[in-house]
Design a protein around this ligand. Structure first.
Ligand code: ZN
Length: 246
């Protein structure tokens, strides 16, 4: 089975379409680590696409807050403005689908999906020190996670913990062969709002038979996504940051 691994699409239709074009023919099934909506200006289109095409998904914090804006949350003013706007743009069916998304971890036969960390959907796993204790919470060989919008991965072997670097700005992909004895935490990066100073949309491909993970980056129509944000009246910062990848 070949899987397309997506996370943090955040209602960015232009980025999603570029990823799907780039990945066409290279996967059998789609997995998603959450944050389908929030920040960008195409929530209805992206929810409808995810409902129809994603095989397995966990909710992200933005999926939760955008569909439950009456509950307490810790969003900053910009994320909150986008959440309220998003809620107003979604119909009852779309909101019901978001509310029904499972909180991770979601265990499949050969991997587990979480949004933030295996312990807490809102936890950010950024550094080696964040990752180290997660070893105790892995129940599958591979755990896919998102939330940080930072592409890359980590591998435990008998030699210790090693980092899997994402593609450089001059590269379209980095491919890693999976070690039989390794345990992996893999962040495919963010489709719709990358924050690793590379504005290209990020995703990953996992080929279980060939035992490879490919981290890929693809340019997309950033200006199109930005003009949708600005004409929707969403905070300008949400448009500007897309060009910076942060
Ligand atoms: Zn996110």
């Amino acid at each position: 089975m070949r899987r397309l691994i997506l996370s943090d699409i955040h209602a960015n239709l232009e980025a999603l379409e570029a990823v799907l074009r780039d990945a066409a023919g290279r996967y059998d099934e789609i997995l998603c680590c959450g944050d389908v909506v929030g920040y960008n200006a195409s929530p209805g289109e992206v929810v409808d696409w995810a409902r129809a095409h994603v095989a397995h998904i966990v909710r992200g914090n933005h999926d939760r807050v955008c569909s439950h804006p009456d509950e307490w949350n810790d969003f900053n003013s910009i994320a909150w403005a986008a959440a309220v706007w998003t809620h107003g743009r979604l119909g009852p069916d779309q909101l019901a689908w978001l509310r029904a998304l499972p909180r991770g971890p979601l265990y499949l036969d050969d991997c587990q999906l979480v949004h933030g960390s295996p312990e807490d959907e809102d936890e950010y796993l950024v550094s080696r020190f964040d990752i180290l204790p997660m070893h105790n919470f892995l129940q599958r060989k591979i755990c896919f996670f998102g939330h940080t919008h930072l592409q890359g991965g980590w591998m435990w072997t008998r030699g210790g913990l090693a980092e899997l670097e994402p593609p450089r700005r001059t590269e379209a992909e980095r491919v890693y062969e999976l070690d039989d004895d390794g345990l992996y935490m893999i962040n495919p990066g963010s489709v719709g709002q990358p924050r690793d100073r590379d504005p290209r949309a990020a995703y990953a491909l996992w080929d279980a038979a060939r035992r490879t993970i490919a981290f890929r980056r693809v340019p997309y129509d950033v200006e199109g996504a930005q003009s949708r944000i600005l004409s929707a009246g969403l905070p300008e910062n949400l448009a500007h940051r897309l060009a910076l990848g942060r």
